[in-house]
Design a protein around this ligand. Structure first.
Ligand code: ZN
Length: 187
């Protein structure tokens, strides 16, 4: 049988793979360990998934208008990919005084303007998940699965696997042309 290669999961130990659990007011009958997905990542899968997410992320310095940035879901928001409208010049975020400081320290940051929302006080090395094309998704998944193949059950790099590039190193050396969604990009 030729199973497609994928990030490793196992049957959810809480709900036994039904996706449901005893009723509670906040979640209904949905299992909140697997969020109704019936499976959870193994420890090896967790590492490979983190690697994949880093491959699919960029620092604020690398993010441009027209890209899509992932807004993490919160308690009151659904989250999802949002269009980048712009990144502000460095500006004052606020003044802070901590511990035994006698002087106020001014902190600076950037705002990331997304369609319908603004994320404030970010640094240029803040990392955000960005929208990928089908090509970009396939290539990043392939690299993450190559990484997963070299991991032990507990998620550390196998001793006989030699060295393997970090996600950052992969991004620095891979041909990433055509990986990112860039709306209205001028060539
Ligand atoms: Zn579950």
């Amino acid at each position: 049988m030729n199973q497609p290669r994928r990030i490793e999961t196992k049957t959810c130990p809480r709900c036994g793979g039904s996706g449901e659990y005893s009723y509670c007011q906040a979640y209904g009958t949905r299992c909140f360990k697997c969020h109704g997905r019936k499976v959870v990542l193994t420890r090896r899968g967790e590492q490979a998934n983190a690697y994949l997410i880093r491959l699919r992320s960029r620092t604020l310095a690398e993010i441009r208008p027209g890209m899509l940035v992932f807004d993490e879901p919160g308690p009151f928001t659904k989250g999802g990919f949002k269009l980048v409208l712009g990144i502000s010049e460095l500006k004052e975020v606020g003044k802070f005084k901590s511990g035994g400081d006698t002087e106020w320290t001014t902190r600076y940051g950037h705002d990331l303007d997304l369609e319908g929302m603004r994320l404030g006080g970010l640094n240029m090395d803040t990392v955000k998940r960005v929208g990928h094309t089908a090509l970009g998704k396939a290539e990043t998944l392939r690299l993450a699965l190559d990484f997963q193949d070299r991991l032990t059950k507990t998620g550390s790099l196998r001793k006989d696997a030699g060295t393997f590039p970090t996600a950052e190193e992969q991004l620095a050396t891979a041909d990433t042309a055509g990986w990112l969604v860039e709306q209205g990009a001028k060539q």
